[in-house]
Design a protein around this ligand. Structure first.
Ligand code: ZN
Length: 335
């Protein structure tokens, strides 16, 4: 991805400043101490290092946490950022959001899986494309990666009505005629990301075993290994369960945060056992700490509209209502 030149953050003058506190109740003191500590920590920490997630930030680790990403990457402070919280009752149904056509999603390939220091990523070495779903053209898969929490705790980037799922899969696509992601990112709709949520299941998802197994060999940052043969189709719900989704225009969720992404988030989650979810928390960041909490906090919507496809949640509830009305009518007629 595009890595902007690192820019020094604004100077902070809080250091060495004497803070005189008036007599306060204990509760008020506690309320004050935390921000003061955080502010002094920020003073000493800001100024060096690459971007990081909030989970990595500490006085010992000098890095730019999500609130400061825009210091070095101005796009991260834009008005069309991702991820977002989707408020389902505010979504607008769009009849053009028809089911996708997946081409070559079934084809097996042997990819390389890598711990890139921020996530685990797999390049897609074959031509797999998506079209339909109101996309302006077909888009080809480039790579996929994941975002997760701590040992199966909340970890998705997008949230639905405030609910954060344990993990989120991003299959990154670019318009079929582009040859590299950097060029695609200069087109405001050059990239299409398919996002999938995960849910805890009582049984292991066998289709994920090649990935879960490979994690053992890439615990250290920059580690990589070749994957057993997998297909994109085996990682996501069956096609007939992919008709319900949300759509909005946003950005990459990591720096440079380029606003060139057509987002699709599928309602149907992928099941993984607790053990499988926990396996991701054994990976390590660059500094050797556990790779957990690899999600950016939700960003302001800033007036953007989120659309939903034909049959999302709200539709399901109105179908129930219709069924109830039909039943009631049936009952009254039989009387
Ligand atoms: Zn992502």
């Amino acid at each position: 991805m595009v890595i902007d030149k690192y820019k020094r953050p604004r100077a902070i003058t809080l250091e060495k400043q004497v803070i005189v506190l008036p007599p306060l109740s204990r509760v008020n003191m506690q309320q004050l101490i935390l921000p003061v500590l955080l502010a002094s920590c920020w003073t000493t920490c800001a100024g060096a290092g690459d971007w990081c997630y909030q989970s990595q930030f500490s006085c010992d680790h000098h890095c730019n946490a999500p609130d400061n990403w825009d210091h070095a990457h101005t796009d991260c402070g834009g008005r069309n950022q991702s991820p977002i919280n989707i408020v389902t009752r505010k979504t607008l149904r769009d009849e053009r959001l028809t089911p996708f056509q997946f081409a070559n999603y079934q084809q097996a390939f042997r990819g390389t899986i890598k711990n890139n220091g921020h996530s685990v990523q797999v390049g897609v070495p074959i031509l797999s494309t998506i079209s339909g779903g109101s996309l302006s053209t077909s888009y080809k898969a480039v790579q996929f990666h994941l975002h997760w929490g701590n040992n199966g705790g909340p970890g998705s980037e997008h949230t639905i009505d405030g609910e954060q799922y344990p993990m989120e899969l991003h299959i990154v696509h670019m318009k079929h005629h582009y040859t590299d992601l950097t060029t695609a990112l200069s087109d405001p709709q050059g990239v299409a990301v398919l996002g999938f949520f995960y849910e805890k299941s009582n049984s292991a998802n066998r289709k994920y075993e090649p990935i879960i197994k490979a994690l053992q060999s890439i615990k250290a940052a920059n580690g990589n290994t070749s994957l057993q043969s997998i297909s994109l189709a085996q990682l996501i719900p069956p096609e007939q369960n992919l008709t319900n989704y949300y759509r909005y225009k946003g950005s990459l969720t990591t720096p440079g945060c380029t606003e060139a992404v057509v987002w699709t988030l599928f309602e149907n989650p992928i099941p993984l056992s607790m053990e499988q979810l926990r396996a991701f928390s054994e990976l390590k960041f660059q500094d050797g700490k556990r790779m957990v909490g690899t999600f950016r906090p939700v960003q302001p919507l800033n007036g953007r509209q989120v659309f939903r496809s034909g049959g999302a949640v709200i539709m399901a509830s109105s179908a129930l209502l219709l069924a109830a009305m039909a039943a009631a009518l049936g009952l009254s007629q039989s009387n």
